[in-house]
Design a protein around this ligand. Structure first.
Ligand code: ADP
Ligand code: ZN
Length: 620
């Protein structure tokens, strides 16, 4: 490992880095881990960089080739991700291109020519294209010295997004023995990390692991009582802002999107069942800000890239905390406050479990292997469930899950610390009513029937079994069915009631239920405060001093420019820059250059228009 002496022997020109950063990106400083990662890249030392989504990985491979005027290669799994990056780079005048399947032979030839002429600083490509198209020969001719592997966890079977084609990247080490290889990922588990290092044959890599907490995200978990109504309510806090709503099934995304559209919200569904053109259209509409809301299945979230997403709403439980971290990671990538809401029902845990079992049983795995797979996935599921039902700081819970300690101070950015949850005043009595009803129906019925009895409903099932004669019939007649079922699920969550497996699960009492019935144990049932949320500090701070009117006018102008250029709006200027402008109200080009995100290229392209807008004139 190189010690301080080595670093001194080969000084990295910090001043030059700072100058490039400000001239091209309009940023003042590198984040601590970025500085280390860039130093490793410039020093030709292999590295593994683990940073949460939004941590700023891309700059780590974008900046070095500008410093020593090389052509570097970035491997990326998705065409959409590559295209977005190239768009963003072109917006600052950075010479980059992506070789992918969507190009015409002509376009491909052009890029190869630019590459051969040494005009490109970055070339993006997919792993299968890199190794199978004669591209490696060309790269060897050009003398490529640095490879960066984005989303490097895709190489590992232990990751959540294994892609076999990534395995072929092992051959880079042999073909380019003197080049350095840099792996980037947001997946932190040690097993995946080790796998990346060994598969890519990294040589004594510098391992840099970032902080996983995202202080600008406000986490909320809300017991799900009415998916549609709650979705509308949460979206109501983000009118006109970019939002992603996650659903489990394709059908659900379509239903929900149609309903939102009927409410006048600019929303579209997005899932694997739509054809490529349709998906592409939605993605583009989202990135050019002509729609606000994408209602998506999780499988395809990775292609949705927009830095100013202000809300990620899960209408169902994700499969694991890893998945949740990644999906919520798409919120607030610009560093501004954003909200992550999970509508939680333990009913989801049961549906996931039976799905996991079914798919394992239907696979050709040996029974022992299938059991292992099930155990692993159920374990992930239960971590997710524990997170959702714990009445403790969400930031602390997430950080600790990813192996990082978090202080004990209230975070000011989660429902628990903001004190938004409220318990039902007579929780224990209500729980006793529910439990005794379970006893009265002989522990032979499911959640729905028990709740129908409690509500005093006149269903055919109740009449057939004579359950309208039970003493618990109608005990909770003030509740509607959803609210009643929600309370039963809370009892299941807290293990104060049990549920059998199988196709028609029934609820049954356990020793803890009896303690509640005998009055030896008190119960806390949560009632979400009807729609009241408190302002998180981050949210207030980010708007401090911002002229909202001007901000909206800047956004409108940005949308027009994005549309005219056919580029994602945030690549023109992201929200952070717009807010900086709407706060500083610069009156001269020099003052504008001091605003975050304004480098020389943007000043030349948009300076006049922005200054006009600030001065209250229509931009020319
Ligand atoms: P990741 O790829 O790790 O998810 P990105 O590279 O997309 O993250 O960066 C996230 C956001 O942070 C982007 O909006 C980017 O412009 C911003 N950013 C990155 N580095 C810096 C920096 N040094 N100073 C200011 N903003 C930065
Ligand atoms: Zn908290």
């Amino acid at each position: 490992m190189p010690g301080p002496a080595d670093t001194a022997a080969e000084p990295i020109d910090d001043l030059r880095i700072r100058e490039i950063l400000s001239r091209w990106w309009g940023f003042e400083t590198l984040r601590p881990l970025q500085a280390d990662a860039i130093r490793a890249a410039l020093g030709g030392r292999d590295s593994l960089v683990v940073m949460p989504t939004g941590g700023g990985k891309s700059l780590c491979y974008q900046l070095p080739p500008l410093v020593n005027e090389t052509t570097d290669v970035v491997v990326s799994p998705l065409v959409a991700l590559m295209k977005d990056q190239v768009d963003a780079l072109e917006a600052i005048g950075y010479p980059a291109a992506a070789l992918h399947s969507g190009l015409s032979p002509d376009e491909r030839r052009q890029i190869r020519d630019r590459l051969a002429a040494g005009e490109l600083r970055l070339l993006f490509t997919a792993p299968e294209r890199l190794v199978n198209s004669g591209l490696l020969d060309l790269l060897a001719q050009v003398g490529v010295k640095r490879f960066s592997i984005d989303e490097a966890h895709c190489i590992s079977q232990w990751g959540h997004d294994f892609r076999p084609e990534y395995r072929q990247l092992a051959l880079l080490r042999e073909r380019f023995p003197s080049a350095s290889i840099h792996a980037f990922t947001a997946t932190a588990t040690p097993r995946v990390r080790d796998d990346i290092v060994s598969q890519l044959q990294l040589r004594e890599p510098e391992v840099l692991v970032g902080i996983f907490d995202r202080p600008n995200l406000v986490y909320r978990v809300v017991p799900r009582t009415d998916r549609m109504a709650q979705t509308l309510q949460v979206l109501g806090r983000h009118a006109g802002e970019a939002s992603i709503v996650y659903c489990i099934s394709r059908k659900e995304t379509e239903r929900l999107a149609a309903r939102l559209a009927a409410e006048g919200i600019l929303a579209r569904p997005y899932h694997a069942g739509l054809d490529t053109k349709e998906r592409h259209k939605t993605q583009e509409a989202f990135s050019r800000e002509t729609i606000d809301v994408v209602v998506a299945t999780v499988a395809f979230g990775m292609g949705i890239d927009r830095s100013d997403v202000r809300l990620v709403l899960h209408t169902s439980l994700p499969k694991s905390l890893e998945a949740y971290q990644q999906e919520t990671g798409r919120a607030g990538r610009d560093g501004l406050a954003a909200e992550c809401v999970l509508l939680y029902s333990s009913a989801d845990v049961f549906s996931w479990e039976s799905l996991v079992r079914k798919s394992a049983e239907e696979s050709d795995l040996e029974p022992a292997e299938a059991e292992k797979l099930i155990a692993g996935q159920v374990g992930h599921l239960h971590s997710m469930r524990r997170y959702a039902q714990a009445a403790r700081c969400r930031h602390a819970a997430l950080s600790e899950y990813f192996g990082q300690a978090y202080g004990t101070e209230p975070c000011g950015a989660c429902d628990v610390c903001l004190d938004e949850t409220e318990s039902l005043p007579d929780s224990t009595v209500t729980a006793q009513k529910i439990l005794s009803c379970v006893a009265r129906v002989g522990e032979r019925f499911g959640v729905r029937h028990v709740c129908e009895v409690l509500r005093g409903a006149k269903t055919e099932g109740i009449q057939r079994h004579g359950h309208e004669r039970l003493s618990t019939f109608g005990l909770l007649s003030a509740l509607d069915q959803r609210a009643a079922e929600n309370l039963v699920h809370q009892l299941l969550d807290q293990d104060l009631l049990s549920r059998s497996g199988g196709d028609r699960p029934v609820v049954a009492l356990n020793p803890r239920s009896w303690e509640v019935m005998r009055g030896e144990r008190s119960v806390v049932l949560i009632e979400p405060r009807a729609g009241t949320t408190r302002k998180a500090k981050a949210d207030v701070d980010d708007w401090q001093g911002v002229d909202r009117d001007l901000f909206e006018r800047l956004r409108k102008w940005r949308r027009r420019v994005a549309d005219a250029r056919g580029k994602p709006a945030w690549t023109i200027l992201d929200d952070k820059s717009l807010r900086a402008i709407a706060r500083e109200k610069p009156l001269s080009p020099a003052a504008l250059l001091r605003c975050k995100g304004i480098g020389e290229k943007r000043l030349a392209d948009f300076g006049a228009a922005v200054l006009d807008l600030v001065a209250g004139r229509d931009p020319a």
